[in-house]
Design a protein around this ligand. Structure first.
Ligand code: DQQ
Length: 593
């Protein structure tokens, strides 16, 4: 595989190639950043924008490249602010600024001027990811990584120029106090970035910066009494061997019960903590659940909560550099993730755009305490059409597919519950699969290899005669007296176009189907993205797809069952989805709608 290709699987070979590509990119730009660099493409402004695969209700600027949700969202004085990495000059990574949009509801967005651009010696070679923190007195501050004139990654801050501007249009990066963290000699200055939202404990502010020492992933901890002078703690907050670089760390408390979110500084006897890293080598976001020991200044994952590679992912598909924030308005924790393109840089240049932000998700702790649950924010429902298509008690016999007519298969929100009478026909789980990533099992079996209990589910973004389709589906296996539920979003047949990355993404769902004999699914379908939530958000998978036939009004939606056990569609509701206001400029003097 060449560096220009996207990472195709999580096999060891691909990971080595990915590591090699990072090094090559580093040599070209002189710093160790994780984005591939295409010097000949990065300053080519889009002449036109190809709308075919643009999303209808996901966050996108009108053109050009975006990456990372990690610059992150913030709720301030009645408005949501979204900052993200953006190339104003082209459709590949480069010339990065912090773009800035505002919203009243996290769905309709208006664009402002960039909040941060490379202008100072301490960020002249790049304004990379970071986070916002609201200080006492209701004062927002941004912590971000600047690439300085010596190509070192340093940590900088920016504050609003005018706190009484309701939109916080303009930000200043004071020369006094910047950079606020300089990497000392013991830190790898080309792998030292993405400060977290700061939290306050033991009379001090705390922030974490992602890094690595050889292959050890490291979350360096810094503390400050006054938010000006920062000191590195003796020990990192957390580290783990064999993971490589930790980008975009996120660290936050979760309530042991219920769905309410907690402020980033919240502590309490029963409060658990989540620690997330974006793993540069695999390009997936992994998290653990554990305990924050504030006396020892250490985070310790719970027994069984495994760091990185073999651990839990927010999303088993295309989802990276995510960031959560505490929404003071609705007392919830909201997670944003970025999905890049899978169609190649040449296509991105032709399309005139690349990258989307996924639909914000509410996150909370599963009652088992072992994983998080995620669900699209309630506000998304304002885009649902008033007259959804409904199906009840529809039987799917072996080998059948049934069209869900009356809805636009390119831009929909679908909720469905499947049930079955018995688990007797579940296929045995091959012991050889125990060490394979779920996506390899999904790839072997696909949607057309007949099974016992499954595969069944939806065929999304499908063409009329099924030349193109993306199945989102379940297969149930028997394993040592128990059952294992495999959840797949398989892009293998998503497009007739050649040269695309069409992965079979998959994860297992921690659910005891022998009790319920039911399983639920929600899919957000939006032209070139399918975001799917199994069993109330236990396992989530995002796929990017580029159909050639199943585009616009020609895209269809089907139900299918290729297992011998009959499946009943207990209840299906499918809504056409409307278009929100998407990044229309908010002119000076105007008010947000
Ligand atoms: N993207 C940023 C870095 C971050 C990476 C640069 C993650 O700060 O580590 O655009 O995608």
């Amino acid at each position: 595989m060449m560096c220009g290709e996207k990472l195709r699987s999580s096999t060891a070979t691909s990971l080595h190639v990915a590591a090699f590509c990072v090094v090559v990119a580093a040599t070209i730009i002189g710093v160790q950043g994780s984005h591939k660099v295409y010097p000949e493409l990065q300053s080519l402004p889009a002449e036109k924008v190809d709308e075919t695969h643009r999303t209808g209700y996901h966050f996108q600027p009108p053109k050009h490249w975006i990456n990372d949700s990690h610059p992150g969202p913030m709720y301030f004085n009645g408005l949501y602010h979204l900052f993200y990495q953006y190339n104003p000059k082209g459709s590949v990574w480069g010339n990065i600024v912090w773009a800035h949009s505002v919203s009243k509801d996290l769905i309709n967005w208006q664009a402002l001027e960039p909040a941060i651009e490379a202008t100072k010696p301490f960020d002249i070679k790049g304004c990379w990811s970071g986070s916002a923190t609201i200080l006492p007195g209701n004062k927002p501050v941004i912590l971000y990584t600047g690439v300085d004139k010596h190509n070192r990654q340093v940590q900088d801050y920016a504050v609003p120029t005018n706190l009484s501007d309701p939109y916080l249009r303009s930000w200043v990066k004071p020369s006094k106090g910047n950079p606020f963290i300089d990497p000392d000699r013991s830190v790898n200055a080309s792998a030292f970035r993405d400060p977290t939202t700061a939290w306050f404990v033991n009379g001090e502010w705390h922030t974490v910066v992602g890094s690595k020492r050889d292959m050890v992933g490291v979350a360096y901890l810094y503390t400050s009494k006054d938010f000006k002078k920062w000191v590195r703690a003796k020990e990192p907050l957390h580290s783990a061997r064999g993971t490589g670089m930790w980008e975009c760390p996120d660290f936050y408390p979760v309530s042991p019960t219920g769905r309410r979110g907690l402020d980033t500084s919240a502590l309490g006897k029963e409060v658990k903590h989540v620690f997330k890293v974006s793993l540069d080598l695999t390009r997936f976001d992994y998290y653990t659940i554990g305990v924050y020991d504030k006396e020892k200044e250490k985070y310790v994952p719970d027994l069984g909560s495994v760091d990185s590679w073999a651990g839990l992912r927010y999303d088993y598909g295309n989802f990276y550099a995510s960031k959560s924030f505490f929404d003071y308005k609705k007392h919830r924790r909201v997670l944003w993730g970025w999905a890049n393109e899978s169609d190649g840089e040449a296509r991105d240049k032709d399309k005139g755009w690349a990258g989307i932000q996924l639909i914000p998700r509410k996150v909370w702790l599963d009652p088992s305490g072992k994983q998080l649950l995620q669900w699209p924010i309630k506000e998304l429902e304002m885009l649902r059409s008033p007259d959804p298509r409904k199906l009840n008690s529809k039987v799917l016999k072996h080998g059948r597919h049934v069209e869900v007519d009356g809805i636009t298969g390119a831009q929909a929100d679908v909720e469905v519950t499947f049930s079955f009478r018995s688990l007797d026909r579940a296929e045995p789980f091959d012991p050889k699969w125990a060490d394979l990533p779920a996506q390899d099992v999904c790839h072997q079996k696909g949607s057309t290899v007949p099974g016992g209990l499954g595969p069944f589910g939806l065929l999304t973004v499908a063409s009329e005669k099924l030349e193109e389709f993306t199945p989102v589906m379940f297969r149930v296996f028997k394993k040592g007296g128990k059952h294992v539920v495999l959840f797949c979003s398989d892009a293998t047949s998503s497009s007739l176009a050649k040269g695309l990355y069409k992965p079979s993404f998959a994860g297992y769902v921690d659910v005891d189907v022998s009790k319920t004999k039911k399983i639920s699914l929600r899919s957000l379908i939006d032209h070139s993205v399918v975001e799917s939530f199994a069993e109330g958000g236990k396992t989530v998978i995002t796929s990017r797809v580029y159909p050639t036939l199943a585009t616009g009004t020609k895209a269809r939606l089907f139900l299918f069952n290729n297992g011998t056990e009959e499946i009943e569609v207990d209840k299906l509701t499918a809504w056409n989805m409307g278009k929100p206001v998407m990044n229309v400029p908010l002119n000076k003097g105007a008010s947000i709608n």
